[in-house]
Ligand binder design. Structure first.
Ligand SMILES: *Cc1c(COP(=O)(O)O)cnc(C)c1O
Length: 389
């Protein structure tokens, strides 16, 4: 049989990591000891009190049925309480909070609620690939906003073509940013909210990394900006905040019409989050938060080791103020895919080529601080032997 893929799937941007994935598999099969700084998945376990809450809830038959699409009231209350404590933002748990099967799920589905075929969606470049793929699945057209070093990797909203702006339905932003590790101040969100209001665009802010910041910096929420709730929503995830990537629980908060649109899509696709996982989410959001101080200290030490080490080798790398990524300009000016392949083949170090996350990522590689410090030191020893062309 010859089953043709749908046009939608064929329209997805090419997957640029295939060659690196292949080389990775081959080197692993050859028994080579690889240090994988490629994946943004925490290496630390989920805190024990959260696991305990899941275990207790999993044993209760009341949790074995279909969950409510809109999430348990208990979880929605916990989310609203967490936003109040952390950001001073008031949310109505009944209408302004929507639990998700992970942030990725909500990001992928929100264009289905608001984008018609041919309409445009503004996406950061480089960026988390789901902003563009979710848009394409809805028949929309992603328009890239280049994140440039000279602008501190903030999307320059004033530079977007008027014609494009007039056709845009959604705008995705993400600070602290994956992959550039850039952060923004509240003033940037205020400008973005005003821009969205002026042009009638729904702003979707991905806040996956607000809790992973260093040196006393507290990243703001988009919803702290005056008028933000009139124009958009914010996605947050328990994945990076509580080391819960595999559990699949996140949420969207903000504008009730946007929340309702997204919820309508979801009620036709999924049937809610396993209630035991929702209870674990409540335990995460309302329980002790002291594990985070240790977690951040671990990431900070790894960050300092990696960035100081690379700069010692003559690379020119900035210390990120947030996220667990280091965004490195390719030190010898070669292409990012080519350089990442050399790192892998010659040093056994896996990094993500920037170009794989969008054309404006060319010239950079991303390294994740999700491996122990000893491995980062070993990676540096190996990189010291790499001859830069
Ligand atoms: C990890 C990540 C997410 C995914 O979060 P989940 O809740 O695990 O789906 C979303 N956005 C960005 C930018 C991420 O890096």
């Amino acid at each position: 049989m010859n089953f043709e893929l749908s046009e939608r799937l064929n329209q997805l941007p090419p997957y640029l990591f295939a060659e690196i994935d292949k080389a990775k598999r081959r080197l692993r099969a050859e028994g080579k000891d690889l240090i994988d700084l490629g994946v943004g998945d925490p290496d630390q376990p989920t805190p024990p009190h959260i696991i305990e809450a899941l275990y207790r809830a999993a044993k209760d038959p009341a949790n074995h049925a279909y969950a409510l699409d809109f999430g348990m009231p208990e979880l929605r209350d916990a989310i609203a309480g967490w936003y109040r404590d952390r950001f001073g933002v008031e949310l109505d748990p009944a209408t302004e909070v929507l639990p998700l099967l992970g942030t990725k799920e909500g990001i992928a589905h929100v264009p289905l609620a608001f984008v018609n075929p041919g309409e445009t969606v503004l996406v950061p470049d480089p960026g988390y690939p789901v902003y563009a793929s979710g848009t394409i699945f809805a028949g929309g057209v992603p328009v890239r906003m280049p994140l440039k070093e000279e602008n501190g990797f903030l999307a320059d909203l004033d530079a977007i073509d008027d014609e494009v702006v007039s056709r845009a339905r959604l705008l995705f932003l993400n600070y602290p940013n994956n992959p550039t590790a850039a952060v923004c101040e509240l003033g940037y969100f205020e400008k973005a909210a005003a821009f969205a209001k002026k042009h009638g665009i729904i702003l979707c802010h991905d806040a996956a990394y607000t809790e992973l910041a260093f040196d006393g910096f507290r990243p703001p929420s988009f919803l702290e900006a005056p008028g933000a709730k009139e124009v958009g929503i914010e996605f947050h995830s328990l994945s990076k905040t509580y080391n819960m990537t595999g559990w699949r629980v996140g949420f969207a908060v903000g504008n009730p019409e946007v929340i309702q649109g997204l919820s309508k899509v979801k009620s036709n696709i999924d049937s809610g989050i396993f209630q035991a996982v929702q209870k674990a989410g409540v335990a995460a959001l309302t329980g002790p938060q002291d594990f985070r101080e240790r977690l951040l200290e671990t990431y900070r030490r790894r960050r300092d080791t990696l960035v100081d080490g690379l700069n010692g080798l003559g690379w020119k790398v900035e210390k990120p103020r947030a996220t667990f990524y280091v965004w490195c300009p390719v030190p010898d000016g070669s292409g990012s895919a080519e350089f990442a392949k050399r790192l892998l083949e010659e040093s056994g170090v896996v990094a993500t080529p920037g170009v794989g996350l969008g054309p404006s990522g060319e010239g950079y590689i991303r390294m994740a601080l999700t491996r122990p410090e000893e491995e980062i030191r070993t990676a540096l020893e190996r990189l010291a032997k790499l001859k830069l062309g």
